[in-house]
Design a binder for this molecule. Sequence first.
Ligand code: NAD
Length: 364
Amino acid sequence: MTVDVLKANELKKAAPVFGQLSFDDHEQVVFCNDKDTGLKAIIGIHNTVLGPALGGTRMWNYSSEWDALNDVLRLSRGMTFKSAVTGLNLGGGKAVIIGDAKTQKTPELMRRFGEFVHSLSGKYITAEDVGMETADMDTVREVTPYVTGISEDKGGAGNPSPVTAYGVYMGMKAAAKFRFGSENLQGRSVLVQGIGHVGESLVDYLTKEGAKVFISDINEARLQQIQERYRAEIFTGDIYSAKVDIYAPCALGATINDETIERFQAKVIAGAANNQLADDTRHGLILRKKEIVYAPDFLINAGGIINVYAELEGYGRKEIMEKTENIYNTTLEILNAAEANDISTHEAALKVAQQRIADRKNRR
Ligand code: NAD
């Protein structure tokens, strides 16, 4: 074991929660255990200054409980800033269930999890994330009202992915306006990495506008399907050195990292994936130096949370789309602020979110 690993292990033992690398003044962390259903879950409540902590539940076969804890701390913090920068009256929270969603998820386990959510009396409101389906949220709804993303026939706002894609499209147009002087994407080359729920919808918007769309995915069947459906071109070769105008990461996080960052030739990065920068501060600054305009992920992928927020506030489709469309204005403001202050676009977005939270706290 290296010295660093030994030190990290010592720290974990000495300060198992507050000493975690991802701990950032979280308000509350709740460990949920139920022997009968096999439930082991952690709910992370990062900040509730702006409102109840809303964020999805992820079920994942974590390699260790430390990984699960760090994930929930990191993800819940991200939700605080996503909602704050979007102007929603929501705080940041997230939950993780430790286990394999394919083999260990049962209605009993989901109901028991829902009871733990309910015990927080609305301080945390859950939703769908990786490993969860709308049907699971319907099960949670049986035991608590503190859940969003339930089926439309049960009063929910339905599938958030098309709304997320619309927000990404708006953010991309704002970044294009900033970088190329025009928001028009006709003739612009865009490489969409990951053509799942969000990626496909984004491809739809882009092809309708006349962009030259390239697609990439690890799922071959999906690639063929989307190629035929939208006449997009399958991209082969190294994604990161692709000579395209815009790179749209819509698969995994951390694709902008030490190994890839120097290879980028795209002039704009705008996609749906969460946590695109492996190191927010360092990689954000390198992109700035390379004059690559990065539309912060947590700002432009907020369509999904706007969609579930509608369930709480009781507004309809028209308002959801208007609020999502506003991502265009917010993105442009943040890109301009980053330029004016010579900081990364990620930092500029974070500052806006932090300021909104500080203002609300001061007004209390
Ligand atoms: P999804 O699972 O439907 O699609 C992901 C796609 O990426 C799949 O087609 C998968 O085959 C592909 N993929 C996985 N690894 C890949 C790789 N290495 N290279 C290329 N393709 C790869 O997920 P989604 O709901 O479309 O979400 C996409 C991203 O956006 C995720 O990072 C998600 O966290 C984020 N996001 C989604 C929403 C939403 O509303 N769905 C909201 C905010 C953020």
